[in-house]
Design a protein around this ligand. Structure first.
Ligand code: GLC
Ligand code: CA
Length: 579
């Protein structure tokens, strides 16, 4: 009898487990979406490829490289803004949302580019910059012309007779002031970013309708996704109350997730997103995990993917970072989004210096292995991976030493501000040298020719001298190159759903040298081991005793003594594990 109960018990447990697996499977299956399976390649159009020799990358330049993009295996492309713009902030200041920037080409070029991508099975993500426009947009020209102009309420104005408005901090202003006095109507206007980027007034329903019309215009053309720039800032308390001292140190808390943000997103979903097979990702995801969920959980009917900054920011310190900090951040976000919602996975974009210089090691000795390690990481996490152009070949920081070399408004105005505040300018320059956005915006390195094959003219931003060693042409022909490793890794992810949807489990969490985790789905299990240091490092994990095969490795072998693995500097491997 006893044995009978034991058997019954075991059977019940097995049945329970099977049921559990079945439920998990159903959950994964019902949550599958094409944009979760995407691998997004981000292109900074100014810097990718110049087709007409004016030194500025353009749409025809991208068209010439479509086969290259296809060869990477990526499934979507996100372009930074390509709309008409006076380029105070390289296209993030838009003067016409339904026209293409003259320097970048024409609408015909855009249509051809989109067609070319779609023909190659690649989706297209459009950057939408609607927290602010350019001050050269017709709306703003009208708005500033008189207090009773019909466009007056398209922006935030504060009449000077009410006194000075309460202080608002600005990201790019040389004085750090977001209110700018405009004598034409004796009023101040608000600009969270540069003076030439006045904030649109989202509380005005007409502004919102304009935005939806813009989004529909592009959705009708066939774009597949939207990246909403600085979107968490659009809703504002228009009484502009006084904010606590030093609020700018925690800016997202005060500028993000404004009072009507959800209402507007819901409206955008109803008016635009729900009508097309598109997804939208908002830059920024509030200040808490709850904020992020409130933006992207499917039942909210707002956005589809969160893009938070916690992890990318960890690498922005000259003194380096602790691996445990990085693990903690990625693990926290994964855990929170394991069942509901969806996140982006990235360590780089156009607002950062080069990833291998920040998170890896850009010395000649370790650049290649560490770049491969980072790409292995990004492409083996749960979430939609974003790869910034040039990171597939391990482009590095350029290291400008004089402020005159910088082109980015954030660097130039940041310098002026630091100077007027009598900051330690040597320290400022050291930091800028390491973190400046210009580091990540130098032209794509195609080959060893003058200007790396980017342009026949004078490039708008200097080409990195190291293009003689780091370039696409050399790497395409080398089976062991960073580029070929990247392609292999992309293929591995595309061939293995477990890398997209599989459960993530962190192993040996306090290890400061090796990042180890498993991914599991439907009885399939993979072990990922990443040595983040420039020396050998060992790790013992149970899963290593059950390695079936090595699926990708940035070295030619792996030292495994009964589950104790010794990884070479920056070695990264993914192994399949017997379950
Ligand atoms: C976002 C963009 C950044 C831009 C800013 C203002 O943060 O990513 O590049 O400068 O918004 O539009
Ligand atoms: Ca050009």
């Amino acid at each position: 009898m006893k044995t009978y109960f034991k058997i019954l018990f075991v059977m019940t447990v097995i049945a329970g487990c099977t049921q559990q697996v079945k439920l998990e499977k159903e959950l994964v299956n019902s949550n599958k979406r094409w944009w979760k399976e995407s691998i997004i390649y981000q292109i900074y159009p100014r810097s990718f490829n110049d087709s007409n020799g004016d030194g500025v990358g353009d749409l025809r330049g991208i068209i010439q490289k479509l086969d290259y993009i296809k060869s990477l295996g990526v499934t979507a492309v996100w372009l930074n803004p390509i709309y008409a713009s006076p380029n105070d902030d390289n296209g993030y200041d838009i003067s016409n949302y339904k026209e293409i920037m003259t320097e970048f080409g024409t609408m015909q070029d855009f249509d051809e580019l989109l067609k070319g991508l779609h023909e190659r099975g690649i989706k297209f993500v459009m950057d939408v910059v609607v927290n602010h426009s350019s001050d050269e947009h017709e709306w703003f020209k009208q708005s500033r012309s008189s207090r009773d102009n019909p466009y007056r309420n398209y922006y935030h104005w504060w009449p000077a007779e009410k006194g000075k408005p309460n202080y608002r901090w600005s990201f790019f202003d040389e004085k750090g002031e977001a209110w700018k006095y405009d004598s034409i109507t004796n009023s101040y206007y608000l600009h969270y970013f540069a003076q030439k980027q006045p904030d649109l007034n989202w509380e005005n329903p007409k502004v919102r309708q304009e935005v939806y019309s813009i989004m529909k215009f592009w959705a009708e053309k066939g774009v597949d996704g939207f990246r909403l720039d600085a979107f968490q800032y659009v809703s504002k308390d228009t009484t502009f109350p006084k904010l606590p001292k030093n609020f700018e140190k925690d800016i997202n808390k005060y500028y993000g997730m404004g009072p009507n943000l959800h209402k507007y997103l819901r409206e955008m979903y109803d008016e635009v997103l729900s009508k097309y097979d598109v997804f939208a990702v908002s830059e920024g995801a509030g200040s808490t995990l709850e904020d992020a969920h409130s933006l992207v959980d499917e039942d909210r009917k707002e956005l589809q993917m969160a893009y938070h900054f916690e992890s990318v920011g960890i690498g922005n310190k000259l003194e380096g970072y602790k691996l445990s900090e990085l693990k903690k951040s990625f693990t926290k976000w994964d855990t929170s989004f394991a069942e509901k919602g969806w996140i982006s996975i990235f360590l780089n974009n156009h607002d950062n210096a080069r990833v291998v210089s920040r998170f890896g090691n850009d010395s000649p000795e370790f650049r290649e292995v560490s770049a491969k390690m980072i790409n292995t990481f990004i492409l083996s996490m749960r979430g939609t991976p974003y790869i910034y152009y040039g990171d597939e070949i391990s482009m590095t920081n350029i290291h400008f030493d004089s402020i005159s070399q910088y082109k980015d408004i954030a660097a130039i105005n940041g310098y002026k501000k630091a100077l007027s505040e009598k900051k330690d300018m040597d320290a400022f320059m050291r930091d800028l040298n390491f973190t400046s956005r210009d580091n990540g915006r130098t032209p794509m390195q195609w080959d060893t020719s003058t200007n790396a094959g980017f342009t026949t003219g004078t490039p708008w931003l200097p080409v990195n001298e190291n293009h003689k060693e780091i370039n696409v042409a050399a790497q395409e022909n080398n089976p062991n190159s960073v580029l070929n490793h990247f392609k292999k890794m992309v293929k591995l992810r595309k061939d293995n759903e477990v890398l997209v949807y599989g459960a993530y489990k962190l192993l040996d969490e306090n290890n400061e040298e090796v990042y180890a985790y498993t991914r599991t789905l439907d009885g399939k299990k993979m072990l990922v081991l990443l040595n983040f240091t420039n020396h050998e490092s060992s790790i013992s994990v149970n899963a290593a005793k059950k390695i079936e095969s090595i699926l990708i490795n940035n070295y030619s072998d792996l030292i495994n003594k009964n589950g104790k693995i010794t990884l070479k500097p920056y070695q990264s491997v993914i192994c399949s594990i017997k379950n």
